[in-house]
Design a protein around this ligand. Structure first.
Ligand SMILES: [Ca+2]
Ligand SMILES: [Ca+2]
Length: 392
């Protein structure tokens, strides 16, 4: 009996050691928060909230000091309603909106909340946070923080933005190596495992070993050092588990000659790679958008030009099927769209390069800047003047 027990204990210990070496066990992360989360390693993409002037019906409200408080919904799937209410008031009853109420206990009421003053104020902004929110969770309450900004620029440009103020970090073990891991609620919706075809609606992680830094969107999988791992992250983001995933169905993408670097983004994984000598990229079967690409070509004078596109929200997805090759339609076929608007006596010309996937393309000489030119000539030819476009 005693021998059997010892054998069991030894077997368990060996199993634990083996999984620790491979990093395939659940690895716990520590939660952090900051008003400056977006300025630290823990960046996120802030969300514009629609500011409403009408009082939301059925919501208990505090006593406001101003006549026209503002209201907004912050969308989060971490509460059954799918959003939390926030309101903005004016401490002196007039002037700027400088008090924030946020439904921090997720009970649907703002009447039980304490008014929060901004931690930073400048000519254009009132910055609040990090505001602590406690989400209800199946295994107990979940702490999260949100940073809220009220901005007022000149003219009509005023609004409310919300950005994640909390993130997770810790040391994780992968293939026996200890690495620094940061998990970011990039789309600022309270959850940490959002998968998407677009940057605007995904979460992200950073994996660092010395100078070797991997910054990627969260996916069902992760590509690291030539291997694919299944990546398990719970909705509330408290842990991560990497499981080696050999044998995933793979397809390939053929890129045009001269493609230097290409990045694919999708729910499967976020993969940055260089095509091989046959212009092919190996990719797990799935749907992706091309998050980045660049192509170098020489013109007739021998000058090298780079064409590239990055994070194009309108880019059409591509489908990679197991065992098949899909041709990537980038570079050739890019068209120039010239948009003209008239305001009073002046005209504004906007030049946009649109790729065949709908991506925003940029062309520049490899060794410097060059702006496109537009020459405007009158019908009788008496007026002719070249103009240079500026970026921005
Ligand atoms: Ca409340
Ligand atoms: Ca998220």
């Amino acid at each position: 009996m005693r021998t059997t027990m010892w054998l069991c204990v030894c077997a368990c210990a060996l199993l634990a050691m083996a999984s620790a070496v491979q990093g395939q066990e659940t690895q716990w992360l520590q939660y952090r928060s900051s008003a400056d989360a977006s300025r630290l390693d823990a960046w996120s993409s802030s969300r514009e909230l629609e500011a409403l002037s009408e009082r939301p019906p059925g919501v208990e409200l505090p006593e406001f000091k101003c006549d026209r408080p503002l209201f907004a919904q912050w969308k989060t799937e971490m509460v059954p309603a799918g959003f939390l209410w926030l309101a903005m008031d004016k401490a002196k009853g007039k002037g700027s909106y400088d008090l924030l109420y946020l439904d921090s206990d997720c009970d649907g009421s703002l009447a039980d909340e304490t008014a929060i003053a901004p931690h930073r104020t400048d000519q254009y902004r009132r910055q609040f946070g990090p505001v602590k929110i406690v989400f209800p969770g199946e295994d107990g309450p979940i702490t999260y923080h949100l940073n809220v900004t009220r901005y007022t620029y000149s003219g009509d440009r005023a609004g409310i933005r919300a950005a994640a103020g909390g993130w997770y970090e810790g040391r994780v073990t992968l293939e026996g190596k200890s690495l620094r891991f940061l998990l970011l609620d990039f789309n600022s919706n309270g959850a940490f495992n959002d998968l998407s075809l677009h940057f605007s609606d995904m979460d992200a992680f950073r994996l660092q070993s010395g100078d070797d830094l991997l910054v990627r969107a969260v996916g069902k999988y992760m590509s690291h050092a030539g291997k694919l791992y299944r990546m398990e992250i719970p909705r509330d983001g408290g842990s991560v588990r990497f499981v080696l995933a050999p044998g995933l169905p793979m397809g390939q993408v053929r890129t045009p000659p001269g493609t230097g670097h290409v990045a694919f983004l999708g729910p499967m994984y976020h993969h940055r790679t260089d095509p091989d000598e046959n212009d092919l990229c190996q990719l797990a079967a799935g749907t992706y958008t091309v998050e980045y690409w660049n192509i170098e070509r020489k013109d007739a004078m021998g000058k090298v030009w780079t064409m590239s596109a990055r994070e194009s929200e309108n880019a059409r997805p591509i489908e990679v099927k197991a065992g098949e090759t899909v041709d990537l339609s980038i570079g050739d076929g890019t068209r120039a769209d010239l948009e003209t608007t008239k305001s009073g006596k002046s005209y504004t010309f906007k030049l946009k390069l649109v790729g065949t996937l709908g991506d925003n393309v940029r062309i520049a000489p490899k060794d410097g800047q060059s702006s496109p030119r537009l020459t405007i000539t009158s019908a009788d030819g008496k007026y002719s003047r070249p103009q240079v476009f500026t970026y921005g």
